[in-house]
Design a protein around this ligand. Structure first.
Ligand code: ADP
Ligand code: NI
Length: 213
């Protein structure tokens, strides 16, 4: 397993040097560390969680033109590494449930899937999540905030992938929902603190925007 973890790390590091979309190795590394921590607290299979976390973005279809190409790449990688078929199935199932894509919110059915999904979502809230949101919006040429435009709900995957109205709108379309969708108790505890940070941030943001502070 340790050899497989090292190889998965090498693949993920290499993957991000090829990519310019604003995703980076450090996101993967934070998700991996968080997943290992949650796995230990929750009694989940640590190795499965670590490998799935390392590969979750390599498999993500938003980086490929063809549907299913990312998951195929991970499948090939695991086959080349002579991974047994039970482990392969488990890792692929975990990766498959990690993404939050608008309304298509697939519910994870194994403890390992819950752990990795929580780890990925925790990186979207708190100070880091706030910073990532503004980086993402800036990279796409979106505004920081557009007053008077309402947030979208019940989005399809396509609508979610298209531009949001502004970075601040993304808080109301996704970030503020994440805490109540945590799948593990340990993930929820961390999410609560990070969620409070989002609320404090928004309160300060709007009072500065309105000139009240
Ligand atoms: P991941 O697949 O890692 O969950 P995404 O690719 O959906 O993440 O998004 C990467 C980061 O950018 C996340 O922190 C997410 O909250 C943020 N983000 C996604 N869409 C938008 C958007 N339209 N505006 C601002 N931030 C966004
Ligand atoms: Ni991610």
């Amino acid at each position: 397993m340790h050899v497989l973890i090292d190889r998965a790390e090498q693949l993920a590091r290499r993957f991000f040097t090829e990519d310019a979309s604003g995703h980076d190795w450090h996101h993967t590394d934070r998700v991996r560390r968080q997943a290992v921590k949650l796995a230990e607290r929750e009694g989940a299979d640590r190795n499965i969680c670590e490998i799935a976390a390392l590969l979750h973005d390599v498999a993500d279809e938003k980086f490929y033109n063809e549907k299913g190409a990312g998951i195929k790449r991970v499948e090939h990688f695991l086959a080349d590494a002579n991974t047994d078929s039970e482990t392969v199935c488990h890792i692929l199932a975990v990766i498959d449930t990690v993404s939050f894509k608008g309304g298509n919110n697939q519910s994870p059915d194994t403890l390992e899937a819950k752990v990795v999904q929580d780890a990925d979502r925790l990186d979207a809230i708190g100070a880091i999540g706030t910073a990532r949101c503004f980086m993402f919006a800036g990279n796409r040429g979106e505004a920081m905030y557009v007053p008077d435009a309402s947030a979208r709900t019940n989005m399809s995957e396509d609508e979610y992938r298209r531009n949001s109205i502004s970075a601040i709108h993304h808080f109301y379309e996704k970030l503020l929902y994440l805490k109540d969708h945590m799948k593990t108790e340990s993930g929820f505890e961390i999410a609560e603190e990070r969620h409070r940070f989002l609320e404090v941030f928004l309160e300060q943001f709007f009072s500065e925007w309105d000139g009240a502070k």
